[in-house]
Design a binder for this molecule. Structure first.
Ligand code: ADP
Ligand code: MG
Length: 477
């Protein structure tokens, strides 16, 4: 078999979560509403009803474009994409074809120690369609989703393997989420991805014929579909057959793609400028204002955590996987003034519980205030870190104040020298062998002695004092 290169281009549709729809003031929070209750003459495509661009859609779209490093076109306009859509009675979709509002973006990330750059060709603003549900005897149309604002983010055919596609999608999702312009949920349909795949002879710069696969319901499905398509196309070429340019559907259960329809060429859509909407002018003032509202992105946060809190790249990376987690951590640091200790608690205890319970930080019981109090108790020596972990488990149930738990259970650390000395003397008496070992230069023997002392004190003895007093008393022997 010859060697081939895989070529991938991704089209991502992302719903913008404005309060009202793109061309009218119908309610855009349609999810839990009864069918056909979030509608208007414009969103149902009544003849003569005129669209008017929702300014907030433009603001959200610009924020998304800035997050994806795009150039913003100062003048753009809308076009009609003509098509027979049962779920869009106008029989055209308003989109941006000739001049989109944003172009020439990119996302960069590191995978397997290599820097990867995915070029974003363009982003266009467009409207969503109604939802059609086909049952055995009828087809039902729900217009709640019609005219929901979308942006379509289109990459160049520059992705060379499914793993890069996966990281690109995750990076894209996280960036969009950070800007707050979308829920970016594949499950809820606010993020959708179509994968264009072709193969070519290794090293050749002539692109092969592509297929476009739809119905991808998770990032994992995207990876599997790309792998499947690349293999299918290679087998075709090896057999001396040709790849047909077409739209295919992914069957997640069977793990295959199937032909859906012949791929239309752009000319089939008879695009022409939308006469019912004026051109879109985006002035510098608007861009500057939106720029100033942009959040700090995960990679920027990560560098800052490394610089000001002295965290490692990996630790900082694990704390910025979501904006909420990063905020929680920073709140704990603000209250404790202990970045390193706080990050240790976050990474070992908090993240462990999130993982074990399949929850995210928003669902986590312990408030950042109470975690900070717990860390302070350890820091001030009121409780040992061993006991702090037990208290943490109790807090995870009902976010009880750690100070209350300590009082109720009498867990305050013993730091009274005479009391600890009593315990230490008992340990020395009961463990002559370990004492001998230690005195003969086996430093490790002190671990066993400390263990016994902690056990006698039920974990409450201040370990530093125990060690000090053990050494002091043994050298008297
Ligand atoms: P369409 O109207 O067909 O969806 P778009 O311009 O919206 O066209 O998207 C085309 C997508 O296909 C882009 O992401 C582009 O990178 C990708 N693409 C184009 N040619 C190829 C190819 N030969 N192999 C793989 N992907 C391709
Ligand atoms: Mg497209």
């Amino acid at each position: 078999m010859k060697e081939y290169d895989i070529v991938i281009g991704l089209e991502v549709h992302c719903q913008l979560k404005t309060n009202t729809k793109i061309w009218c003031n119908a309610d855009a929070n349609y999810d839990a509403k009864d069918p056909n209750t979030c509608i208007s003459p414009v969103s149902t495509g009544m003849p003569g009803a005129l669209p008017r661009l929702n300014e907030e859609v433009l603001n959200y779209a610009i924020k998304a474009a800035l997050a994806l490093n795009c150039d913003i076109n100062r003048v753009s306009y809308f076009d009609r994409k003509n098509y027979f859509y049962p779920d869009s009675p106008k029989n055209y979709q308003i989109t941006q074809y000739f001049k989109p509002y944003a172009e020439n973006g990119y996302l960069e990330f590191i995978r397997n120690d290599k820097e990867v750059r995915v070029e974003i060709e363009r982003i266009q603003i467009e409207e969503d369609t109604a939802k059609s549900i086909h049952t055995k005897h009828e087809s039902i149309l729900n217009f709640n989703r019609a005219s929901i604002p979308l942006i379509e983010i289109i990459t160049k055919p520059c992705i060379t393997n499914p793993q890069d596609a996966y990281v690109y999608l995750n990076t894209l999702k996280e960036r969009l989420k950070y800007t707050g312009v979308s829920d970016v949920s594949m499950e809820l349909g606010s993020l959708r991805c179509d994968a264009n795949v072709s193969i070519k002879e290794k090293g050749s710069d002539k692109l092969g014929t592509r297929t476009e696969t739809k119905n991808l319901n998770s990032f994992k499905a995207v990876v599997r579909a790309i792998e499947y398509e690349a293999n299918r196309q290679m087998e075709l070429i090896e057999k001396g057959e040709r790849v047909v340019q077409e739209t295919r559907l992914w069957d997640d259960e069977k793990g295959i793609t199937r032909p859906m329809r012949n791929k239309e060429e752009a000319m089939d859509y008879r695009y022409f400028p939308e006469p019912d909407l004026p051109r879109v002018l985006i002035l510098d003032d608007r861009i500057e204002k939106l720029k100033s509202e942009m959040p700090e992105f995960a990679d920027e946060k990560q560098s800052r955590f490394m610089n000001i809190y002295g965290l490692s790249e990996v630790d900082a990376g694990n704390l910025v996987t979501s904006i909420e987690l990063a905020n929680y951590f920073e709140n704990v640091v603000k209250l404790t003034n202990e970045p390193k200790l706080s990050s240790n608690w976050m990474l070992t205890e908090v993240l462990r519980v999130l993982k074990e319970e399949y929850i995210d930080i928003n669902e986590f019981k312990v408030s950042s205030e109470n975690l900070a109090k717990l860390i302070k108790l350890v820091k001030e020596g009121t409780i040992s870190s061993k006991i702090a972990k037990d208290i943490f488990e109790i807090m995870c149930e009902d976010n009880k104040d750690p100070n209350t738990i300590v009082k109720e259970k009498g867990l305050i650390q013993i730091s009274d020298t005479s009391e600890i000395e009593k315990i230490v003397k008992q340990v020395i008496e009961e463990n002559p062998e370990s004492v001998n070992d230690y005195l003969n230069g086996k430093d490790r023997a002190i671990k066993a002695l400390m263990g016994s002392a902690m056990k006698i004190s039920r974990g409450k003895a201040n370990p530093q004092l125990v060690q000090e007093l053990l050494i002091k008393n043994m050298s008297k022997e």
